[in-house]
Design a protein around this ligand. Structure first.
Ligand code: KIV
Length: 271
């Protein structure tokens, strides 16, 4: 795929302008070159190379096992396909929680080795030193609050977060801290819609929701979930825009039948 120089790249400034003008931001995940090219051409503003690659690409139960090297492999494939979208790369579990120097080193590796445009980290006040250090190096940071899947063993469940006042207040405090520290956007995952609205009104930076209602500045979904490729994942917030899994199965079954019946290849499909 050649780089189209006429396409204007979405930047962190574009996203801020969109929030200021009340234009909604469309974000999706991608993990490989071919899918990322399709997503980029469709006009998606932000592509997240999510650590959900651990589930979607590698079949792990959680996002914890994916490594920094594996994220770098996915992200560099995605970046090669993108002309327009801003590419944000998830920092995987274990690559930033240790201390801020380790966090900075991991973020620098991501930026150098993938060509991505920003990194995303899960957490609030407890990782603020790391976020500030990464920002000081000139690397844009996206925050992620609410249901943070890297902490699944602390939560014990993937249910809605911050339903109680205490957790809700802490989340608002964390969101303000992330925004004031210089994060260019914040993802809110699986929290009550009213709380997400309060956060979006309380911070100046774009707030992107997944399972957080529509009173925020944009939405993100996992690509394979919204295309109906993954099976058995049906949370209330997930709208399926296609049933590609079924279509693929039908096509594959047809191929098997054609091979068995010596219907493929036919005379026009051979040399
Ligand atoms: O890894 C991921 O896909 C994410 C989104 C769910 C926001 O972090």
């Amino acid at each position: 795929m050649s780089v189209n120089k006429d396409v204007r790249r979405v930047t962190t400034h574009t996203l801020q302008e969109m929030k200021n003008k009340g234009e909604k931001i469309a974000m999706l995940t991608a993990y490989d070159y071919t899918m990322a090219g399709i997503v980029d051409k469709a006009g998606i503003d932000v592509i997240l190379v999510g650590d959900s690659a651990s589930n979607v690409m590698a079949g792990h139960e959680t996002t914890l096992p994916i490594t920094l090297d594996q994220m770098i492999y996915h992200a560099s494939s995605v970046v090669r396909a993108c002309n327009r979208s801003l590419v944000v790369v998830d920092m995987p579990f274990g690559s930033y929680q240790g201390n801020s120097k380790e966090a900075l080193n991991s973020a620098i590796r991501i930026m150098k080795e993938t060509g991505g445009h920003a990194v995303k980290l899960e957490g609030g006040e407890e990782i603020i030193e790391s976020i500030k250090r990464i920002l000081t190096a000139g690397i844009p940071v996206m925050g992620h609050l609410g249901l943070t899947p890297q902490s699944i063993y602390k939560f014990g469940t993937y249910q809605v977060r911050a339903k109680e006042e205490e957790e809700a207040e802490r989340l608002i405090h964390d969101a303000k801290m992330l925004a004031d520290s210089g994060c260019f956007a914040i993802v809110l995952e699986k929290i009550p819609a009213q709380l997400a609205k309060r956060v979006a009104e309380s911070v100046h930076v774009p707030v992107i929701g997944i399972g957080a209602g529509n009173q925020v500045d944009g939405q993100v979904l996992v690509l394979h979930d919204m295309l109906g490729i993954t099976e058995g994942f049906t949370p209330r917030f997930l709208r399926k825009y296609a049933n590609l899994g079924e279509q693929m199965t039908t096509a594959l079954e047809q191929y098997v039948a054609d091979v068995r019946n010596v219907d493929f290849p036919n005379e026009k499909e051979q040399y």
